[in-house]
Design a protein around this ligand. Sequence first.
Ligand code: PMV
Length: 351
Amino acid sequence: MTLATAPGKLILCGEHAVVYGRPAIALPLSGVRARASVDPGPPGSGIRLHAPALGRSWSLAEAPDDPFSELVAALVARCSPACAPDFEVVITSDIPIASGMGSGAAIATALVRAVAGHLGAELSAAEISALVYGSERRFHGTPSGIDNTVVAFERAVWFVRTKNRERENSEPENRERENSEPENRGRENREPGEQGGSGFSLLGSATVEPVAIGAPLTLLIGDSGVRSETRLPVGEVRRRWAAEPARYEALFDAVGAVVARVRAALASGDRAELGRLLDENQALLQEIGVSSPELDRLVAAARGAGALGAKLSGAGWGGVMIALVDDERREAVRAALLEAGAARVLETVVA
Ligand code: PMV
């Protein structure tokens, strides 16, 4: 049996604006993971995938257009004709789906790692990220690429898309074309650090840089219990941006400025400043229109119980929020989140 795993993720700041070329910072959530295992099957049995948590079980032959089937088919196609494609894959995950914790990217990454391992293919993290980006596009339409990047590399990243923003935002189909252009595919295969030799890299059509963390930070993650598919708020933001471009460009600029200050606060370990910035980002996300009454209630409860700052994380309208806490207030904030209706509270230390 070949087993592989991949972490969940959190967007610390910059969601939505990142789709429009502004920076965002994302963190891996190593404590919650997706897993995929591959067992060889009898000759001629073909390839089967099982996802018990989703209540799904299917064969590649029956569902070739499924995004996970396509990932597996792409890996098999890279393999020499000698490798027999008869195997079964079982996918499981601790990460709640449609919650903002990167479950789709984590499942796809675990799947790619396990199938590649089974087939004896050695893939770099950049190659895995690029493959997973393709499946994210199938689920979300116009993902920025931040989820697949932070999950495949499993480290905190500063992420900026670098393509021609105006053109791609007005014509989503251009992005499909550009992403499949040979020069972009080549760039996707570069390892971080290869560009410029200073920890700075271009990954696909994005700039990806490591994030310095000056002092450990504790985040509580409050799950609103409301499931919301990423593509819904992302699509609504696109419609609003198209209707009021100047207003939305200004909001995205303001988010980008907050994210730059977050990076500096992370590097210097300034928790109080970081908390204020998370609050500022939340106010902008509310104006962008992606918060929700449930998320607002959890954010207010966390702040009321002494969190240094709090905001939604991910696409919004549901899913999770994060609260920055110090040791003295951590348990009070956790209790306040549960009291305010959080379906669960997770904790992560960013170090
Ligand atoms: O809810 P999630 O984890 O899928 O977050 C999506 C983040 C967005 O910025 C809203 C979209 C994107 O592709 O970056």
